[in-house]
Design a protein around this ligand. Sequence first.
Ligand SMILES: [Zn+2]
Length: 509
Amino acid sequence: MILIKGGTTIDGSRAERNDVLVDGDRIVEIGKIDAPGAEVIDASGKYVTPGFIDVHNHGDILLTRAPDGVNLLTQGITSIVVGNCGVSALPISGNDSILMNEEKRKWDAPQDYFHELREKGLAVNVGFLLGQGSLRAMVAGQAPGALSHEQRERIKSIAREYIDRFGFLGISSGLIYAPGSYTSPEEMVDLLSVLGPNHVYKTHLRNEGDTVEEATKEALDTALASGVRLQLAHHKAAGRKNWGKTESTLRMVDTARKKGLDVGTEVYLYPGAHTSLSVVLPKELYAKEGLTREFLARVMGDPAAEAFSNQKGIQSWCGNTWDDVYITLSKNPEYSGMRLTDIARSFGRSPYQTAVQLLIDDPLIKATLDNMMGEEDIRRVLSHETSVVASDGFIYDSGKPELCHPRNYGNIARLFSSYVPSVLPLEDAVHKTTQLPAERYNLQARGRLLPGYFADIAVFSGLEDHATVARPTELSTGMSYVLLNGNIVVEGGRLAQKKEGVFLTQYSK
Ligand SMILES: [Zn+2]
């Protein structure tokens, strides 16, 4: 037994002095407790909360490399949900070129994926969404256009299998990415008929900038027509010229809720977006030929292409500038963390020419576009009663830090250090990272400190993020102890290197 003694517990809307007694994988008692023989964790001067639940993670494939989850556990995150934005490791498909094709090829059956995760162990609890884009790719590849009746029926039967047999929590879509972008609202409503009342439909909207209001309406209409529970992923208004639009999108959410629609929102707490560097070039520039090396080499010195890119690139679609672009992940690590305009100065070239050169050197190069979201919008979504805080990040290993978006290493810690109490009281911040996400995704007996609940517990004080755009892998500080299913996995601020996570499944219809 483990006794967490003398801390301030926060559960629901209450903060009070309590001890917490853990036996096996469960919480057994809360109150003033003496438990002779129990291992004691001194929590005096610290907060004791449920382990945090991050419902937006993209670590589907990274999980198979058995990461120790250092970026998550140092923030007290004990559960994640993967399979977001329409992209998931399953179903296995020969035609899925969205990502991770290479790694998927080694599995013959869905069980192989789960078997591999079980063998290697999980650093945190993991729940799964089924990606609609991955699903569609399985029956139609990357082909645009509507699905045939047979293809729709096939998709539904595969989805039913994953939900009934493997306990998936719901379906996600990424309507901005091919092939999810080829999906009509009517096709989506048809697919969502496989979900039961305990499942969730989570969508990365068709557009998050210029037409975010229309895209929000589409998501709400889809949920209304199919009767499913809806989650709006990483809700935002992208691009300087669209800042402020969350006021009207949240009003639409409120109106839909008044009509009885079960809709929630999610938010990460950074103004920067993380994406491929190629988005800084206008799509019209390479629509015919694609972003091949030959094409890029040809347009690098072309003044007309440069003028067109300066006019129609990042500035025009989001109102941002070259100064907002930072390189994160690249084959050439010397650029990581650098601002594009600084690299341009060192090259003695223009920002446009520099971006093209970097894309020639590494077509998969990633960038953080800073100042995509306005702080006012972030605060507005965070304050909204429906929102949960979720990172849109990955799971990493302490041995191999990967340059990425700072939200991977600091999103939850940032909530407590930068938004409490100026935007939210502490109790609300805990609610949005524990009980509320557990309820939205129907995670049984998690997200609260109650007898009978799983002992996922965070013990901390002065939780603070240190990851920045330029130094995204700096660990958060302040987390003293983390319990995962009753096991101590962070002890005195250090990772205990145990794999005590379990699958979070949802079988009841
Ligand atoms: Zn997304």
